[in-house]
Design a protein around this ligand. Structure first.
Ligand code: PEP
Ligand code: MG
Length: 756
């Protein structure tokens, strides 16, 4: 029963079209579920930092939006301050009691307030009150805590918007949504929402011109699904009892019935495309079912959604969008989870920014965005994707913020910053061909990370002295099947040739985790701890040796190839890979190819590998710190999970110390040591790495200029002093503060973000 009420309230709140209605359904739901005399909800307005009464059942409605409390005021403020429930038999007797006459609340005695907490921050308070003086029972407290925890994400957006009043009207214009930095830079462009077929709620609204044609397409899709359902019913009739397969008949019936079709067609006539119109209709219909108290009927809402998904998949396969929709010149690609393939589908040169509702800074999409030098914002969980297709969007890739339909003032401000960035880029071009040398003549090598480019000229123009990480998996992701030896040979050879004589480090296939291949997919409950990188390739020597053969053959006549192994966690993986490389070289020589064994290196991205560098040393020539995965595995934080992204911190003392340890260990064993994780791309990280004495720093091409400017403007001596201080610090905030101060001292803070 409790679970039913919880579910019903959560569903109602989530399905509400705007904040005002969401808050109203919340208080009504709670009011009824626990038989309260009063239920109210207050949200924190971050602009005024006050708690604002947003909805109430039981108090005077005129108080809504009027009652505002500072956090140190009243019992509601106390709940927010403490971040804990406050449960009182007689609120009047409490020292913090504050009477709001406008709310008519004198007569209520019992008070229970529960904080609404989103990722550690109080965003609001849910309150129930009662006439009798009696503390609320534990069950009620737990009920409200559960509800508040479940709704915190949805409710939080209102607080973050900085404009609760506007949110109440459900407006999205000139509104800022908060995500995580994906790829630096500022950009303004037009939203292009892509969606997964299976995800009904992310289907965007999209304007159409040819209504008749769209209706025809819609009918076509409906008829296809109807036919499928009828066939399924017949097939299943042979296997299942009649009541089990009746659902397929029911589906077919629903598709013939008036309202689903008529409502959708009305919406298409209003100018929305079929998929968006159907999404709206399905959302409306499911809402009606969800409001029914009979659990059986409530579950029919899921059937309707399922049906909707099926029709939308058919619409997608008819490619209605491809006919009517062109990727705009300055498109910003937006989706629940952007994939490498989706990126690949965008016409070259038109993609100006990327926004992914899920994922975080270290997700591979963000890394690709950095490789492409395109601003990107990740984990923008509150973005109403279905409502923003075609709107103007600004991305602040430094902070991860997204502004929808900015007003003039915001636009002018952002355009000034964009200009400042362009000026910086011009300045950085001027140092592209100067060495990365400190003021006291200490030299470090700067490499570029890539995987996307077949044309390497941007790397050379940006001053890359080689490629420190070529992510071969990107090529695999863009194909329909495993690329052949010749296919790979051509790509690698082109790369080695155009970079020659600069070194190129090709990393062997690193799929698994968040990098999937459409043609070789598998499900794992813990993919980042699963069949990834070297583990997978060693289990498939036919794939591994094909890749090694292509690499070794590509090197003929150039000799600038180095091979690097990802995700190594034990010595067997190194020995086996080294033996396989020997074998491949030998076989190719037998086949008459004039090949040599290239240098072999290992990525240090799993904590176990840090401790095994000495054991690996006899088999390898170099190590390269993979700070992205090393952070993930050292700190036990999924690099892709926006919920814990605050903990994904490569500046944590543990990370700084472990990187120093890797460098020292590599030196002891005469191994070259580089880094190819994103830490190197951060001007703040680069200073520390410089002091640690790495041979090479490899980073996305867009970061080369900034890092070079840092290197050229400080002395190794001052970086060494900084590192010494930082190595004994216990907190990452302390570490960051110290580095920022150093950057400011050398007038380099502008590299962190335009406007600094
Ligand atoms: C890393 O983990 O730091 C790395 C460079 O590899 P990737 O980001 O491709 O996993
Ligand atoms: Mg990695």
């Amino acid at each position: 029963m409790i679970l039913d009420s919880l579910r019903a309230i959560v569903q109602d709140v989530n399905a509400s079209p705007n904040l005002e209605e969401a808050m109203r359904s919340l208080v009504n739901g709670v009011f009824e579920a626990i038989n309260a005399n009063v239920c109210s909800v207050y949200l924190v307005d971050p602009v005024s930092e006050q708690l604002v009464l947003l909805a109430t059942e039981g108090l005077n409605q005129t108080a809504v939006g009027v009652i505002r409390l500072n956090l140190d005021e009243g019992l509601v403020g106390l709940v927010a301050q403490r971040g804990e429930p406050v449960n009182l038999a007689d609120a009047h007797k409490h020292a913090r009691y504050k009477l709001f006459t406008e709310a008519d609340e004198e007569e209520f005695h019992a008070f229970l307030g529960v904080p609404i907490i989103h990722y550690g921050e109080v965003v609001g308070v849910l309150v129930v009150q009662q006439l009798e003086s009696e503390r609320y029972q534990d069950d009620t407290v737990s009920f409200l805590i559960t509800l508040a925890a479940q709704l915190a994400g949805a409710i939080n957006q209102a607080g973050l918007s900085g404009d609760i009043a506007r949110m109440q009207r459900g407006e999205i214009l000139n509104k800022t949504y908060y995500g995580l930095p994906g790829s630096p830079g500022l950009v303004s462009g037009t939203a292009v929402v892509v969606y997964q077929h299976a995800d009904l709620d992310s289907v965007p609204d999209r304007k159409i011109k040819n209504v008749e044609r769209e209706i025809e397409i819609f009918h076509g899709a409906v008829n296809q699904v109807k036919e499928e359902m009828q066939n399924l019913s017949i097939q299943m009739g042979e296997i299942l009892p009649s009541e089990e397969h009746a659902v397929f008949d029911a589906y077919a019936l629903m598709l013939s019935s008036g309202s689903l079709l008529d409502d959708t067609i009305k919406r298409i006539e209003g100018g929305n495309w079929a998929a968006g119109s159907l999404r709206q209709t399905i959302q409306d219909h499911t809402q009606i079912f969800r409001e029914m108290s009979d659990p059986y009927l409530r579950e029919r809402a899921d059937d309707i959604r399922d049906l909707g998904r099926r029709v939308i998949m058919k619409l997608q396969s008819q490619k209605t969008d491809k006919n009517q929709w062109q990727f705009p010149e300055n498109g910003i690609l937006i989706g629940e989870e952007i994939t490498a393939t989706q990126l690949g589908e965008v016409p070259v040169g038109r993609l100006k920014g990327i926004i992914s509702v899920h994922g975080s800074t270290a997700s591979h999409v963000a890394i690709l965005a950095r490789a492409m030098q395109i601003p990107c914002s990740m984990g923008v969980v509150d973005l109403p994707v279905s409502r923003i297709d075609g709107l103007d969007i600004i991305i602040d890739g430094y902070e991860g913020q997204v502004i929808v339909e900015p007003d003039n003032e915001v636009r002018v401000h952002i355009e000034a910053l964009i200009l400042e960035e362009q000026q910086l880029a011009e300045e950085l071009k001027e140092i592209a061909h100067l060495p990365a040398e400190t003021t006291d003549n200490y030299r470090v090598t700067l490499f570029a990370n890539t995987g996307l480019l077949s044309d390497v000229s941007p790397l050379i123009i940006s001053g890359a002295e080689g490629i420190g990480l070529y992510r071969t998996e990107v090529m695999f992701q863009m194909r329909q099947q495993f690329p052949s030896e010749t296919d790979q040979l051509n790509v690698y050879r082109g790369l080695l040739e155009s970079m020659h004589p600069r070194p190129v480090i090709l990393r062997t296939l690193d799929v698994g985790g968040d990098k999937a291949l459409d043609y070789f997919s598998f499900e794992e409950s813990n993919p980042f701890l699963g069949w990834r990188g070297i583990r997978l390739t060693l289990d498939h020597p036919e794939i591994f040796s094909t890749q090694l053969r292509a690499m070794v053959r590509a090197n003929i006549g150039f000799n600038n190839l180095e091979i690097m192994l990802p995700m190594v966690s034990n010595i067997q993986e190194v020995k086996q890979s080294s033996a396989l490389l020997d074998q491949v070289v030998e076989e190719l020589q037998e086949e008459g190819f004039d090949v040599v064994r290239p240098k072999l290196g290992v990525m240090i991205e799993v904590p176990a590998a840090v401790l095994l560098i000495g054991s690996f040393a006899p088999y390898i020539d170099f190590v390269s710190i993979g700070s992205n995965d090393l952070t993930q595995y050292m700190l036990a934080v999924d690099r892709n999970n926006e919920r814990v992204s605050r903990l994904f911190d490569s500046f944590s003392p543990a990370m700084v110390r472990v990187m120093k340890q890797i460098v020292d260990e590599a030196r002891k064993h005469d191994l070259h040591v580089g880094i190819c994780g994103e830490f190197a791309a951060d001007p703040m990280g680069a200073i520390l790495l410089l002091a640690m004495g790495l041979d090479s720093l490899s980073m996305s091409v867009g970061a080369l200029g900034r890092v070079k400017r840092v290197v050229r403007n400080i002395s190794k001596e001052s970086a060494d002093i900084l590192l010494e201080e930082v190595l004994v610090m216990d907190e990452s905030t302390q570490i960051r503060r110290r580095i920022i101060a150093e950057l400011k001292k050398h007038d380099l803070a502008g590299l962190l973000r335009a406007g600094n």
